[in-house]
Design a protein around this ligand. Sequence first.
Ligand code: C5P
Length: 205
Amino acid sequence: LTAGPTFEAIDPVRGITNLSSGKMGFAIARAATEAGAAVTLVAGPVALATPAGVTRIDVKSARQMHDAVLPLAASHDVFIATAAVADWRPADAAEHKIKKAPGQGAPALLLVENPDILAAVAVLPKRPYCVGFAAESHEVEQHARAKLVRKNVPLIVGNLGPATFGQDHNALLLVDAVGTRALPHADKLTLARQLVAEISSRLNA
Ligand code: C5P
């Protein structure tokens, strides 16, 4: 499982991140452990307690998250990519704090693309069952369905990012080749338990 945001350094005191709280991913880690799974949780920078029985690896950047996940992925049966991974990072993080100088204006920030962790896991020869998330601001189902094809994974879970980031509640839309199923508005642990049951029934199908 991946969870939380990533943090992409601009210099030692600044960076690019997003509003993901990690709560959905941590709830899934807890629900999967309760269901009997041995869970490895690769977490971006979040201030959340590790659910009992979960092995946690803390990372900051997308590249660190990628490097933590890839060697472990093939030895797991399921990969759930809950993390809101930053799409881009500053091309070169400055070694020292970038100083403000009068009359010099703002520094230009050159961004480069981060590795796509889910896509990288999905092309492994011995790939786990891959579940992606789609945090959208609108048209959740269409975007989730597009992601199913683009990322070549069997299940995408859509949700409204702005409505759920940081909240204790969410609503999920499970999109796969068979159809679409809504898990209506509920607290994240309830939804996580339902999602784990849905994944396990697909694994056993
Ligand atoms: O299309 P998008 O990249 O937003 O898809 C989101 C899904 O892909 C999520 O499951 C997210 O965790 C995963 N992802 C990833 N690595 C990235 C970007 C997204 O694993 N660099």
